[in-house]
Design a protein around this ligand. Structure first.
Ligand SMILES: Cc1cc2nc3c(=O)[nH]c(=O)nc-3n(C[C@H](O)[C@H](O)[C@H](O)COP(=O)(O)OP(=O)(O)OC[C@H]3O[C@@H](n4cnc5c(N)ncnc54)[C@H](O)[C@@H]3O)c2cc1C
Length: 454
């Protein structure tokens, strides 16, 4: 049987059987034929966690990609439809999705199954109103309300095969974007009410924040300006900077790499201001250069504390700091992490900015932005990228950083990204995880779709 690999090439597996059914009837037939076997679906394979891996039956629903707009606010979408295709179809009717991540390669079922999100809105899962799901025995049912819907909205592939789903849609809108280079996180956050869609990056080794201030606008802006900005960003950001990183920067010594980022953080003061269609502003071609990403979620109320701690840990791992501050050491000691963090010293030099996005609380059971200790709190996600092949040094660094975020802030890990802890460790941060598990078992008593594989 053919080996299957994910986008990041950090996950590979050989399923026992691999199907690409052409219709719902064929999906149900596959399930009946393999009754009792372990089953997983695969979307576009853009997850970096093992959530898509199986040694059982693998179903690819790429052929089920129909889109029907049911009203001005709801679309029914085949599970295997990519976000790109969905946005194109919606766009023709003057509609779009209420929430968007950085790229549009994912399938709708894959994206909602892991709580895919952008900045300044809820995750896509939050906007799912109904799902049609096939069971292991080959039957199907609609999940349309109550705790079942809250579980299925971000279902981790555990409730059955999503055949299609109904998702809320909104009229197309434009976004205004301005760029700023800011020294202090407090100043970045202070303007979040005026720029609710903003996202920002902390440039390591300069420790400055690059901020993409963003908000919806009714203004039209200049069409030529928008086209020039698209061209500039595609060439400079999406291609040139990433090409440089892959082919030049990663070959330099750690000290030179740090010097480069020191300069980038200080010098990068301009990016074209623009007003353009939301899809153009909110997405980019981050899929052009292969990489691996881990994304951590922290309650909004603790973001400044967490950002400070992460900076100290990155500096320690990079060898530019001897030890963490007294305050952080006390917190680490209380969580039993002091030695583990100290052992990172000089083992890993971070070679990409840390990206921050704000995600509003979801009405879902276990999406990363589902309610935590304080109901309705928003969340900040912090992404760590590596453009090196994943090996022991990154794996150790990522695991320790993830454990710090989990244990110090009851933080969470993106289910679809690099996942260096066990499901049991991750589940502790979700007050409703046991309820999720019970609901998944009710839909899937034989546990054909359950996987601890993350
Ligand atoms: C370059 C890049 C950029 C990204 N940017 C973002 C971002 O901005 N924000 C963000 O939140 N995430 C982002 N991601 C992560 C990505 O959105 C998620 O990992 C998403 O789950 C991938 O969708 P997919 O279609 O590739 O699904 P896969 O990775 O193939 O599968 C994901 C999960 O969905 C399940 N699944 C798929 N189809 C079905 C089905 N029909 N029925 C039941 N379960 C199903 C699978 O079993 C698996 O558990 C990015 C990933 C990449 C590679």
């Amino acid at each position: 049987m053919r080996r299957v690999r994910n986008f990041g090439r950090n996950v590979a597996f050989v399923p026992d059987a691999h199907y690409r059914p052409g219709s719902v009837a064929e999906v149900l037939e596959c399930l009946r034929r393999h009754g009792g076997a372990k089953v997983r679906c695969i979307g576009a394979g853009h997850s970096w966690s093992r959530i898509l891996a199986t040694d059982g039956v693998l179903l690819d629903l790429g052929a089920l990609d129909g889109v029907a707009i049911e009203s001005g606010s709801l679309a029914r979408v085949g599970a295997g439809c990519t976000l790109k295709r969905l946005l194109n179809v919606l766009g023709r009717d003057g509609l779009t999705l209420p929430s968007l991540g950085a790229i549009t390669k994912q399938t709708i079922a894959g994206a909602v199954s892991t709580g895919t999100h952008g900045s300044g809105s809820h995750s896509l899962s939050h906007f799912v109103e109904e799902l049609r799901v096939a069971h292991a025995a080959g039957g199907e049912e609609i999940i349309a309300g109550g705790a079942g819907l809250a579980a299925a909205r971000c279902g981790l592939g555990a409730l059955g095969v999503i055949l299609d789903l109904a998702v809320r849609v909104v009229p197309r809108y434009r976004v205004e974007e301005r760029f700023e280079n800011i020294e202090r996180l407090g100043d970045v956050l202070r303007d979040k009410a005026a720029w609710p869609l903003q996202q920002f990056a902390l440039v390591p080794w300069s420790w400055r924040y690059l901020v993409w201030r963003r908000r919806r606008t009714l203004a039209r802006g200049s069409r030529i300006g928008a086209w020039l900005a698209r061209l500039y960003l595609a060439v400079f950001n999406d291609v040139l900077l990433h090409w440089l990183l892959k082919h030049v920067l990663l070959r330099l010594s750690d000290a030179r790499m740090r010097a480069f980022y020191g300069m980038l953080g200080r010098w990068m003061r301009w990016s074209p201001p623009r007003i353009d269609d939301s899809v153009r502003v909110l997405t980019l071609r981050h899929d052009l250069f292969r990489h691996v990403e881990m994304e951590l979620f922290v309650p909004g109320s603790r973001i400044e504390e967490a950002a400070g701690a992460l900076r100290e840990i990155v500096e320690l791992a990079g060898g530019t700091r001897k030890q963490c501050s007294d305050a952080l050491r006390r917190s680490l000691a209380a969580a039993g992490l002091e030695e583990e963090v100290a052992d990172l010293r000089g083992t890993w030099t971070q070679h990409y900015p840390l990206f921050f996005r704000r995600v509003l609380a979801d009405d879902a059971l276990v999406s990363m932005a589902a309610d935590g200790e304080r109901a309705g709190d928003d969340w900040y996600s912090i992404s760590f990228f590596t453009y090196r092949q994943v090996e022991v040094r990154f794996a150790r660094f990522a695991r320790t950083v993830a454990r710090c975020i989990l244990l110090l802030y009851r933080g969470r890990l993106h289910w679809g990204k690099y996942f260096p802890v066990t499901m049991a460790e991750a589940a502790l941060s979700y007050p409703r995880f046991d309820e999720f598990k019970r609901i998944a078992e009710a839909y899937d008593p034989a546990r054909a779709f359950w996987s601890e594989n993350l």
